[in-house]
Write a protein that binds this ligand. Structure first.
Ligand code: PEP
Length: 310
């Protein structure tokens, strides 16, 4: 049975509400104002946390790509300048920290390099996230884990051997593992949601979750029915907005529906034991056919015996 992992004021694991992370990622396009509107949307939908991506562009962008030019909302920029442009700095994160704490929503980040972990520590985040791309970077994932904070490990683009090695590298205590396929957006036939069950069996003490990049809501709902203890989805104000992750994101209206569906599914799962609920008795009495012909044939003394009601 999986351990409960405490993230801020939420327990994540069996018997707890699904922990829902609204992944803002880089969908703020470098704008604090946009980031705040996305936080407001996550709050309105009832998400437990918002998440950002923190990078040191000079460490994360391979040198060979630095000077490749692209069109951006800020004009034609080299890739490294574009990455610098969309990276939020200390003053923006101070404001995000103040904004989230004031409104009672958790926030944290996936750190893509070691200095980003040092940077995030000043905000005392409730946990860290390792993106699928970082799963084989053991120095980085160990650094996040050494902070003593829970770690969410995403497993897209990884072999099962690489996942085992990453889990060995950080240990299972306070570790959460997310199934994911790293395609943005991901077609349904490549989502492989049955991996959730595989991960539950392989890492029985870790809460297993789902980091989804599909178009639509159904697979994320199914992930919950299949045992995901936490779910992460990218969010956006408008899927047509400029940016690489916008198309695979959920707009705020969809996010509201998704959270409503997830909470309904959680309440619907039950215990797997067959009950005849007291509230069903009226329907049972009214709708079950009373076999008077069999009463006569069997010599039963009371129609209820045929009807099966004790
Ligand atoms: C890319 C990320 O996550 P995932 O691999 O789950 O999509 C991230 O959290 O930065």
């Amino acid at each position: 049975m999986s351990q409960l992992v405490r993230i801020g004021d939420c327990d994540v694991g069996p018997g707890c509400p699904v922990f829902f992370v609204a992944e803002i990622g880089i969908n703020h396009n470098g704008s604090l104002d946009l980031a705040k509107q996305l936080i407001d949307g996550a709050l309105a939908a009832g998400c437990d946390a918002v998440k950002f991506q923190k990078r040191t562009p000079e460490l994360c962008v391979p040198k060979a790509q630095w000077h490749i030019e692209r069109d951006t909302p800020w004009g034609r920029l080299t890739y490294i300048d574009y990455r610098r442009k969309i990276e939020l700095g200390v003053h923006e994160y101070e404001e995000i920290d103040r904004y989230c704490r004031g409104r009672g929503i958790l926030w944290f980040a996936s750190c893509w390099d070691e200095p980003s972990v040092d940077f995030m520590e000043q905000f005392e985040p409730p946990c860290y996230k390792a993106a699928s791309a970082s799963l084989t970077d053991h120095a980085l994932i160990r650094k996040m884990k050494r902070t003593g904070r829970p770690l969410m490990l995403s497993t897209g683009m990884s072999t099962i051997e690489e996942i085992d090695a990453a889990v060995d590298a950080v240990g299972v205590s306070d570790l959460l593992v997310a199934h994911s396929t790293s395609l943005y957006p991901c077609p349904p036939e490549l989502l492989n949601l049955r991996m959730i069950g595989t991960l539950v069996e392989r890492f029985p003490t870790c809460p297993i979750g789902y980091s989804g990049h599909e178009v639509g809501l159904a697979p994320s709902c199914a992930a919950v029915a299949m045992g995901a203890r936490f779910v992460e989805r990218h969010i956006t104000l408008d899927r047509a907005m400029w940016g690489t992750d916008q198309a695979a994101s959920v707009e705020i209206g969809g996010l509201v529906r998704l959270l409503t569906n997830i909470r309904d599914i959680e309440r619907s799962m039950g215990d797997g034991v067959k009950h005849v609920y007291p509230l069903e008795h009226a329907a049972r009495t009214k709708l079950r056919r009373v076999r008077t012909d069999l009463i006569e044939m069997n010599g039963a003394s009371h129609p209820h015996e045929i009807n099966g009601v004790a």
